[in-house]
Design a protein around this ligand. Sequence first.
Ligand code: DAH
Length: 338
Amino acid sequence: MKQEIETIQTDALAAIDAAGDEKSLDDARVAFLGKKGRLTVASAGMKDLSKEDKPVVGQLLNVARQAITSAIETKQTALADEADKKSVQGIDLTLPARSLPVGALHPITQVKDSAIQTLRRMGFALAEGPEIEDEFHCFDALNTPEDHPARNEKDTFYFDSGKLLRTHTSSVQIRTMEKATPPVRIIAPGSAYRRDEIDATHLSVFNQLEGLYVDTDVKLGDLKGTLEFFLRSMFGDDTEVRFRPHFFPFTEPSFEIDIKLHAKGQEPKWIEIAGCGMVDPAVFESLCETRGDDVFSPDKVTGFAFGMGIDRLAMIKWGIKDIRLLIENDVRFLKQFA
Ligand code: DAH
């Protein structure tokens, strides 16, 4: 019997050694250790042995089983390693990985975020209002009479209901003051809509940022200082800024602000980026009427307001000569700001 067990073990180890793949290794396992395998069958012969022989043969059987099992495990690992190696054959594992394209914020979002950040540091809080506005908040409450061109069908997108797509973010001034009490210091970024001819500096949907500061003693110097500081922190200390007298119904006096645009491959030129002024007392008077109190009475408060074109801020920051590039979503253009 001892001889037989040794032969089985030798045969098994040879078969395992010869196995070239998982399948033939498993065949070998079944042939020796399976239910009808040679070692299993030999073990069955134990019952015919004498009492003295049983423990001796039993131990031999155990040793043979362990040797075969561990040979199978070793072979399994070796086969798996070999398969691994084969799967990467011909691949240069030292090559650098292919880089994935990384997304980035749109240039308009970038300037908007940095404008908000700067103004918040100066004490302005974020405010918002609806893009589908009524005429009252867009025009009447802002001292804009019936015959003002902005109210014309040709200049503004109206709905059948009489509502409209807001032509500026200035309506948020009114909505904020209807609910708040002075002092008020807010900024309101958002979309504005006009039936403008689209060209290098105009879109019919564009982005504005409105600002309003109302308190007991706000002066024109505060307006100028705030906006100059803001624009210099956005574009650098040597930014050329000019305030040009202008007319807006809701501010008196009013100004337009221009900045020199140094566009690539073009002569520098002034472009208008904001309107601003001291809140017209007529706006405060109408507000007192709507509210039914006098906390915003022009006898008690003064204020300044401004509205900037965010798209134009982006044009100045990066020297972009055509505003349409900002909405065409050409990745070759946008990539430059990533
Ligand atoms: N709403 C004006 C526009 O869209 C910009 C503006 C001018 C806003 C003067 C203001 C302001 O708050 O005081 O052209």
